[in-house]
Design a protein around this ligand. Structure first.
Ligand code: FBP
Length: 699
């Protein structure tokens, strides 16, 4: 082997181009850090005020009124320019403030810009104001762990993804001890305000902190964060006040970009079905946006499946003069049939490949599984409430957990509904594969949420799909269509008459472009029988090789690749939309603080429209709260929003379902959204879901 000449590595490392190329701070990162997002016109003013908007009203849960009396009467406020405020206002607005900020829950692209916006606005109002970032989520507040935010620190993270600057965590401030510790930190740091950047559970935390710290005059402001897109706020009359939490667009674009690359690969080597589970805990917003971005062949939407009615069963029951309640809602088995149907239809036109998108929370919408999740949540919560040890610590092994469940069949402890786990549950549960049992029994998060991200849902479905496809193959219903020109060409090459053999081999010869081998031909033996019966060959003659070749081509080999898109997209750098949205959220937070608000969540109205219409606001958190089952108890939390199957965006995706499945002889319809670009006038300015909903709602 020729040897390269030895060279001086130190000289190479000192070379400016080599230094640039090997620096941990890449050129795109440098460009991001210096990028300045556009700011809403109102923030051009030196001073901003708040105007109360009485026209937006909410239906208030009595429990929220009882538990959050000090902030329940908060109203919607919009941020307005104050061109010439009086001296007293200016003094209050510009006084030096001490503000704490914390990230809570999963990371979401854009979080750093919330900090940057707040930092810039606070320092602009008074350079002596000080900001503190609590480390590793709410634990930082409880344990008094923080870092002071400085120009250098903030500048190093502008427009960058992750929550790397101060990290995040999922601890809930839900006990008197934790609340007291949080209060002690806030008091020792002499904070005027605390900003909680988080999802539904974290904004719930924010509301309780606002209630608790009301008399201490510490202001608490929430910020709607979560890639799941399930924080969307409407008032009681349906007016949209917050169309989407931040981070959703970036995560969806990252997932879509990766999935669209898969569709490129898949439609090139045409041999794999890619099964893509995408994050989003319960709601299927991310899956819907990914469908709109990529035109994947099949995208399941949980909320749509929940609405499913099996008309055939209903009709059968009606004929027997009875009612079949099991006809309402989707079962796992039925869902696997839906997937198989798509696979079989594409195979029939020669496409034995494709892309399926499955939302991670789909199990929540499958009747039988949802019942298991609810029952197990209750059983685990009851165990934890009555024993000194946590359920998972007491029963670390799956077999031990299953034993505990079996014991419930015989003997229900007090505190649980009788028969909560009956023999039928036990039987059904034991039929599930081990990895799925483990998934369903997995530890709930600190807020009592089922951890969908830990369950390989796609694996469960794939097993069922594979089983059913095998049945369909044995029945001769799952076949690869053979193009008629190819068939004619290779038969003619072997000097056989395609017109003669066509009707013998195929069920649709002369009718369609893609030819389907007859259902009863499911092996070389049955093929030979078919040829003998048609007198195409004699009893002892071999199958002509070219006919055998055609038959073998028609036998599908179902090959899959499974993917999970979650943490990667959650850590992506924010899109231009999220950069701009979050920076303006940070500016909004400061306006709320400077104007004395507490128990409010910063929001930008009209995100679904163009930037010129964006309107910074404060939304009252307490009136948005509802009772939800958590850890076996009804608990007050910020209401989550699910995909509305009547929304224009969903209806568009539904209308295009068949087109995107592309079970026709034409080309696939894949859309290539491309990677996330910050510096491009071609970058889309908002999620497609928002755009379609805005157009559809007639604006
Ligand atoms: P948040 O609601 O806290 O923003 O987190 C959302 C999410 O990314 C879900 O999509 C996912 O199910 C979950 O977090 C994963 O949680 P973890 O980070 O604990 O694995």
């Amino acid at each position: 082997m020729p040897q390269t000449k030895p060279f001086d590595v130190h000289w190479l490392l000192a070379h400016p181009d080599a230094q640039r190329a090997t620096s941990a701070i890449s050129e795109p990162v440098k460009a991001r850090c210096t990028f300045k997002p556009r700011i809403c016109d109102v923030f051009q003013a030196d001073y901003t005020g708040l105007t109360t908007k009485e026209q937006f009203r909410f239906e208030i849960d009595p429990e929220a009124r009882r538990q959050l009396p000090k902030i329940i009467n908060n109203k919607v406020q919009t941020v307005v320019k104050l061109p010439s405020p009086d001296d007293a206002f200016v003094q209050g607005y510009t006084r030096p403030r001490r503000i704490g900020i914390v990230f809570s829950g999963g990371p979401a692209p854009g979080g750093h810009n919330v900090i940057a916006g707040l930092y810039d606005a606070a320092k602009r109002a008074n350079p002596d104001s000080r900001l503190f970032g609590f480390l590793v989520g709410p634990d930082g507040i409880i344990e008094n762990e923080y870092v002071e935010l400085t120009d250098d620190l903030v500048n190093a993270y502008r427009n960058l993804g992750g929550f790397t600057m101060i990290k995040t965590g999922r601890t809930k401030i839900d006990t008197a001890d934790k609340m007291a510790a949080a209060k002690a930190t806030i008091t020792s740091l002499k904070l005027d305000a605390l900003v909680v950047v988080g999802g539904d559970d974290s904004n719930t935390n924010a509301a309780f902190l606002a209630q608790e710290l009301y008399s201490d005059s510490v202001q608490i402001i929430g910020v709607p964060k979560t890639i799941d897109g399930d924080i969307q706020v409407r008032d009681a009359d349906g007016n949209i006040l917050c169309a989407m939490s931040f981070g959703f667009h970036s995560a969806a674009r990252a997932f879509a970009s990766a999935i669209s690359n898969l569709s490129n690969d898949s439609s090139s080597d045409i041999k794999y079905w890619h099964i893509c589970r995408v994050m989003g805990r319960v709601a299927s917003h991310l899956a819907l946006e990914v469908a709109l971005q990529t035109h994947a062949n099949l995208t399941l939407i949980g909320e749509d499946l929940a609405d499913y009615v099996d008309e055939q069963r209903l009709a059968a029951a009606r004929a027997a003069e009875s009612v079949d309640y099991t006809a309402y809602g989707m079962t796992l088995r039925h869902l696997s049939r839906v997937i198989c149907d798509a696979i079989v239809r594409r195979a029939a036109v020669g496409k034995n490949y494709g892309i399926v998108v499955i939302p991670e929370g789909i199990l929540e919408f499958i009747n039988e599984i949802e019942v298991f999740i609810i029952k197990l949540n209750t059983i685990i919560a009851q165990y934890n409430a009555t024993h000194d040890q946590d359920f998972h610590a007491s029963f670390p092994l799956l077999e031990q957990k299953l034993d505990y469940l079996r014991h419930l069949v015989r003997d229900t402890p007090s505190g649980l509904a009788p028969n909560i786990w009956n023999a039928r549950d036990d039987e059904l549960f034991n039929d599930l594969p081990t990895f799925f049992q483990e998934g369903l029994l997995t530890e709930r998060d600190s807020h009592g949420n089922f951890q969908f991200s830990q369950v390989p849902t796609e694996k469960v479905l794939l097993d069922l799909v594979k089983d059913y496809l095998k049945i369909l193959r044995d029945q001769g219903k799952y076949k690869i269509g053979i193009h008629k020109h190819y068939y004619s060409k290779i038969l003619s090459q072997d000097e056989l008459d395609p017109e003669y053999f066509g009707p013998i081999l195929f069920r649709n010869y002369g009718e369609d472009e893609y030819l389907l081998v007859k259902e009863r031909v499911i092996s070389l033996r049955t093929l030979k029988n078919e040829l003998i019966q048609a007198r195409a060959i004699g009893k002892d003659a071999p199958i002509p090789p070219v006919i055998e070749k055609i038959y073998k081509k028609s036998v599908p080999n179902f090959k899959t690749q499974s993917h999970f898109y979650g943490y990667d997209g959650r850590g992506t750098d924010p899109t231009l939309f999220d950069c701009t949205y979050t920076y303006n959220l940070g500016l909004t937070v400061f306006s709320l603080i400077a104007n004395g608000a507490t128990g409010q969540m910063a929001s930008i109205r009209n995100l679904e429209h163009g930037f010129e219409l964006w309107e910074p606001m404060g939304l009252p958190i307490a009136p948005l709260m509802r009772l939800e089952e958590r850890k076996g108890k009804l608990t007050l939390v910020l209401e989550k929003s699910l995909v509305d199957i009547n929304s224009p965006a969903f209806q568009v995706a539904k209308t295009y379902r068949d087109k995107w499945l592309a079970a026709t002889s034409g080309d696939d319809q894949y859309r290539r959204p491309g990677p996330i670009r910050l510096h491009s006038d071609k970058e889309e300015d908002r999620p497609i879901t928002l755009l379609l909903n805005a157009i559809g709602q007639g604006k």
